[in-house]
Design a protein around this ligand. Structure first.
Ligand SMILES: O=C1O[C@H](COP(=O)(O)O)[C@@H](O)[C@H](O)[C@H]1O
Length: 300
């Protein structure tokens, strides 16, 4: 059973008993937003992040998991558990969404990307392509990955240019109160240190208010060179979802969401505050375990 509630001005919290339940709720949420956006604007412009998020909308592939996965699958099907699982869990890249979502209207962007080749294991594009994009019929020319053959600075400039063109043609909407692009959905993960996209705690790019996309060359989490949406772009989106699971995220979530007073560090996740959009947190019980008693109600 999922628990949901509003937490002062920090948006809607959805806490899930299991990752399967979270996956299904997240898939329903994204599919609903896609339907609404396609109805209203004819397109759905979504910015992805990397990390564990991709495993929750698609699959995470790591070589060392493959053998273990093979063994588990044999046991899973032999035990008949797959019948129960199919009823309980749905992924965005599987039925019914692979048939019901209007994938042809989707446009894909990255809220952050590591400046490595597209075939590199650290690439957020590769992660999303292997685990999600290759499983659904998204039009290849609608997938806007970064230029991986130039410096971080140039890649950020190129990405800004791509986004500007698509704002002009209204594939991406524009904010009513600034000239910022207004994505229909920005999907963020959150690191144990409270970073979102490639905006890390205490980094100077947190104060970047002029650029849409910027770059860093000193990421505390490898690889060091990355490009990232800035806070004004994230906060201009119509919808922002932050997905965080596991006990390692619990303390950062407490600092990002609860009323921790004026001494609260400028935690990137806390600086996610959509101006006119809606913020939803998708959490599992472990990640939510350090939150102050929120007012939960049954999602049904
Ligand atoms: O480096 C990154 O980390 C964050 C969080 O990743 P997670 O595996 O802890 O969920 C991710 O959202 C970001 O896109 C990525 O570049």
């Amino acid at each position: 059973m999922a628990l949901s509630g509003d937490h002062s001005d920090r948006g809607e919290l959805r806490t899930h008993e299991s990752l399967d339940e979270l996956r299904t709720d997240l898939a329903d949420y994204i599919a609903d937003l896609s339907e609404m956006s396609v109805k209203e604007r004819g397109v759905f412009a979504v910015a992805l992040s990397g990390g564990s998020l991709i495993g929750l909308i698609g699959y995470l592939y790591f070589l060392s998991y493959v053998c273990l996965l093979g063994f588990c699958l044999i046991w899973f099907y032999a035990s008949g558990l797959h019948i129960w699982w199919k009823m309980e869990s749905r992924k965005l890249c599987e039925a019914p969404y692979n048939k019901t979502v209007d994938w042809a209207k989707w446009y894909i962007f990255w809220a952050d990307e590591r400046v490595v080749g597209k075939n590199h294991d650290d690439s957020n594009y590769k992660l999303a392509k292997d685990g999600f994009l290759s499983k659904v019929p998204i039009v290849p020319s609608h997938v806007h990955s970064i230029n991986d053959s130039v410096s971080a600075e140039q890649a950020a400039d190129d990405y800004k240019f791509v986004i500007r063109q698509l704002v002009r043609t209204r594939v991406i909407s524009v904010s009513e109160i600034s000239d910022c692009p207004k994505f229909d959905l920005v999907l963020l993960g959150m690191g144990p240190d409270g970073h979102v996209a490639s905006l890390f705690p205490n980094h100077s790019v947190l104060g970047e208010n002029d650029e849409w996309v910027t770059f860093i060359t000193d990421s505390p989490k490898p690889p060091p060179e990355r490009i990232t949406f800035t806070l004004p772009v994230i906060n201009s989106a119509s919808n922002v979802a932050v997905v965080a699971t596991g006990i390692s995220k619990a303390e950062a979530l407490h600092l990002a969401i609860d009323d921790v007073g004026p001494d609260c560090p400028s935690l990137p996740a806390r600086m996610v505050q959509p101006t006119n959009g809606k913020l939803v947190w998708f959490l599992d019980k472990a990640a939510a375990s350090k939150l102050d008693g929120a007012q939960f109600s049954d999602l049904g």
